[in-house]
Structures are given as structure tokens and as C-alpha cells.
Write a protein that binds this ligand. Structure first.
Ligand code: GLP
Length: 242
């Protein structure tokens, strides 16, 4: 299903509603969370829902999708820092995992992370953003659809874009949850906002399914909801994704 909202704020609100409903429906939910600019509005709205006291966080288990390799978790570039700033410092204590950016052996850390997701029962719901090259998490073009959590080399264009966003150079390596792991989620929510995502969204949702555009694999997901603003929806129709 594709939901076209008026603007980025409405996309965030809709994402937050879905996230909150998931927790109300199943308070032992295992939930995968994204970073980047897109979900910031979702976290803002979700924090306001949490403040009402309606959500029970006791048995919820959050996992982040990805993290840079080689930073301190206190580094403002790290996704651990981002998550704390935007969400976890503002809601009641909750179980949360994120790949350890400062792990002495990132390869072992990736393996451990995949095992932890599996042990938790896999994701009930996975929230995703999309990179302008079609990446999901940090699964860059040419990532295998059969991939699980692993260490990846980021594409120079991703490093450049993320460095520009962050105001200083980001690491060139990351740990990301794999495409197979994402596809095993029982529900997937893909969010995108702004004109710069319009072209890649059209390709990902209606073009050929190919490892060149990692997000295109989502066309095969049995329970996908896409939430976009009008700008990102420039080239897509109001229609149900098969
Ligand atoms: C980043 C993150 C992704 C995110 C994507 C889009 O590199 N690793 O998880 O979804 O790129 O980011 P943004 O929302 O800032 O456009």
C-alpha cells in the first residue's frame, strides 16, 4: 500500500502512529528502526505519544538497522548518539540494540547482532528510509538479496552525502542488517520525503527487481506500506504495491 501525505511532518506522524499501534497491539514487539533525516519527524511525534503514558515499553525490543564502524558511541556522528538524542533519552527505559560502533572485531559484532535478532524472533515490523542510490539500511547497490548482518564498504556517494549532512567526514565502513533479515520482517514500512527521493522511489517500487537497486526487493514483500510526501511521490501513482 502507498500512502501519499501532504508533507514530511505528516509522513512522520503516520510513521509514529503505526509504531505506536504496533506496541499497543503487541507489547513484546521486536522493532527495527532507521536513522537519517527522514525519521526525525516520526521520532518527535512518537515521543509525544510516549509522554501520554499509553505505551507499555516493558517488553518491547528495538534494534537499529545500521551503525558506522570505528566511532565512539558518544561521537555525534554515531547512530547510537542519534538514537539517544532523538528517541531513547526521551522515552521510558527500553531494550535497545545497535551494532557496537567501537567493537574490537566488527565482523564478530555483525555475526553476534544477526544472532541476537534471530533469538528475539526476527522483526515484527521494520521501518526503513531509502538512500538516493536505493540503499536500505546500509545495503548499497549490488548487495546480495541473500545478505544478513555484515560489515560493508559504503559507496563514495553515500559517504559524501552523509558527510555533507553531518558537517564532517563519516566513516567509510558500517555494519548493516542484511536484506534477507529485512525481508523476513513480518511488516515493512518504507518512508521517503522530498523531491530528491522521487526518481529512486519510482525505480524501486515500479522498476525491475534487481540488486542494483536494493530497495526494489521490497516489491516482493508481502506486507509493505510505503509512506511518502507529495514531493517524493512526484512519479508514482496512487496504487497498491503488489
Ligand atoms: C542513511 C542511512 C539509512 C537511511 C538513508 C536515508 O545513509 N544509513 O538507514 O535510511 O541513508 O537517509 P535520509 O533519511 O537522511 O535521506
Amino acid at each position: 500500500m502507498i500512502k501519499i501525505m501532504k508533507n514530511a511532518e505528516e509522513v512522520g506522524k503516520e510513521g509514529a502512529r503505526i509504531l505506536a499501534k504496533q506496541i499497543v497491539e503487541k507489547n513484546s514487539s521486536v522493532i527495527a528502526l532507521p536513522t537519517g533525516a527522514t525519521p526525525i519527524e516520526m521520532y518527535k511525534k512518537f515521543v509525544s505519544f510516549a509522554k501520554t503514558g499509553i505505551l507499555n515499553f516493558e517488553s518491547v525490543h528495538f534494534f537499529n538497522l545500521d551503525e558506522y564502524v570505528g566511532l565512539s558511541p558518544r561521537d555525534t556522528l554515531s547512530y547510537a548518539y542519534y538514537m539517544n538524542e532523538n528517541l531513547f533519552s526521551k522515552i521510558p527505559p527500553v531494550t535497545h540494540d545497535i551494532p557496537k560502533t567501537d567493537a574490537s572485531n566488527p565482523f564478530e559484532e555483525a555475526k553476534r547482532y544477526e544472532e541476537k535478532i534471530e533469538k528475539a524472533g526476527g522483526f515484527d515490523i521494520c521501518f526503513l528510509g531509502i538512500g538516493i542510490d536505493g540503499h536500505i539500511g546500509f545495503n548499497e547497490p549490488k548487495s546480495e538479496f541473500s545478505s544478513v548482518t555484515r560489515v560493508v564498504q559504503l559507496h563514495p556517494s553515500t559517504v559524501e552525502r552523509n558527510s555533507k549532512q553531518a558537517g564532517r567526514k563519516v566513516p567509510e565502513k558500517a555494519i548493516t542488517v542484511g536484506i534477507k533479515t529485512i525481508m523476513k520482517s513480518r511488516r515493512v514500512i518504507l518512508m521517503a520525503t522530498g523531491k530528491e527521493k522521487a526518481e529512486i522511489l519510482k525505480k524501486a517500487l515500479f522498476g525491475s527487481i534487481s540488486e542494483e537497486i536494493p530497495a526494489s526487493v521490497l516489491q516482493l514483500h508481502p506486507n509493505l506500506t510505503v509512506i511518502v510526501d507529495e514531493e517524493a511521490a512526484t512519479y508514482i501513482q496512487r496504487q497498491v504495491v503488489p
